[in-house]
Design a protein around this ligand. Structure first.
Ligand code: GSH
Length: 203
C-alpha cells in the first residue's frame, strides 16, 4: 500500500488507522506548504488536489472516510461485521463529513495559516466556531453514553473523529462547554497509535 500524505488532519485519519491495524504502508510525501498538491504529477493521482490518497492492489482511493471504510472492509478489523453495524459506522462518518468537517475547516483556518502563510479570515473562523457549537451537542450526548463512537469498542470511526477534534482544539476552540467530547478526545489521544501518528509540530 502507498499513501499520498501530509501530516494534516485528513491524512492523519488514515495514518492513525494504519497504526491501529498494524498495517505497513509506504508514505509518499505531498508538501501542501510547497503547493505540491497543485502540481500536474499529483493532480494526475487525485484531480481534486487533496490528500490523503491510498493506492492498494491497483486501486486508487481518495476521500478519507471512504479510505477508512475500505480498510475496515479489507481487514475485517475495527469495523462492524453486521449490516446494521456497518450502516451505523457509515452514518457517523457521513455525519462527520457533512456536519463537523465544514465548520472544523473554518476554525482550522488559523492552523492552515501557519502552514501556508495565507492570512486568517477571522469572520470565517467566527462563523465556524458558531456552527461547530451548534452541532457538538449531538456528539456530546453520544459520547456521554458510549465510550467510543460505535459503543464499547474502539473502531475506525474513532480514527476519523480524533484528528478533526484535535485540530479544532489546537486552533484555539475550547471544549469547556463539551466535557464529554473533551474526555473522548483525551482517551483518543492516549492511544499509542495516535501518539505514533505523524503530526505537524503544532498539531
Ligand atoms: N474530503 C476530503 C478532504 C481532504 C482535504 O481537504 N485534505 C486537505 C489536507 S487535511 C488538503 O489536501 N488540502 C489541500 C487544499 O486545501 O488545497 C477527505 O476527507 O479526504
Amino acid at each position: 500500500m502507498q499513501l499520498y500524505h501530509f501530516p494534516s488532519p485528513n491524512p492523519q485519519k488514515v495514518t492513525f488507522a494504519l497504526k491501529e491495524l498494524g498495517l505497513d504502508c509506504e508514505l509518499i510525501p505531498v508538501d501542501l506548504a510547497k503547493g505540491e498538491h497543485k502540481q500536474p504529477a499529483f493532480l494526475a493521482v487525485n484531480p481534486a488536489g487533496r490528500v490523503p490518497v491510498l493506492v492498494d492492489n491497483g486501486a486508487t482511493l481518495t476521500e478519507s472516510q471512504a479510505i477508512l471504510a475500505y480498510l475496515g472492509e479489507k481487514t475485517g478489523r475495527l469495523w462492524p461485521t453486521s449490516a446494521a453495524g456497518r450502516g451505523e459506522a457509515l452514518q457517523w462518518l457521513f455525519f462527520l463529513a457533512q456536519h463537523i468537517m465544514p465548520p472544523a475547516g473554518q476554525v482550522a483556518l488559523r492552523v492552515r495559516a501557519r502552514v501556508t502563510g495565507i492570512a486568517v479570515d477571522e469572520a470565517a473562523v467566527a462563523q465556524g466556531e458558531q456552527a461547530i457549537k451548534a452541532v457538538l451537542p449531538i456528539v456530546e450526548a453520544h459520547v456521554a453514553r458510549n465510550r467510543w463512537m460505535l459503543g464499547a469498542e474502539f473502531s475506525l470511526v474513532d480514527c476519523a473523529y480524533c484528528p478533526i477534534l484535535n485540530v479544532v482544539e489546537k486552533a484555539g476552540f475550547s471544549f469547556a462547554d463539551f466535557p464529554q467530547v473533551s474526555d473522548y478526545l483525551a482517551r483518543s489521544r492516549a492511544r499509542p497509535a495516535w501518539q505514533q501518528t505523524p503530526k505537524l509540530p503544532f498539531l
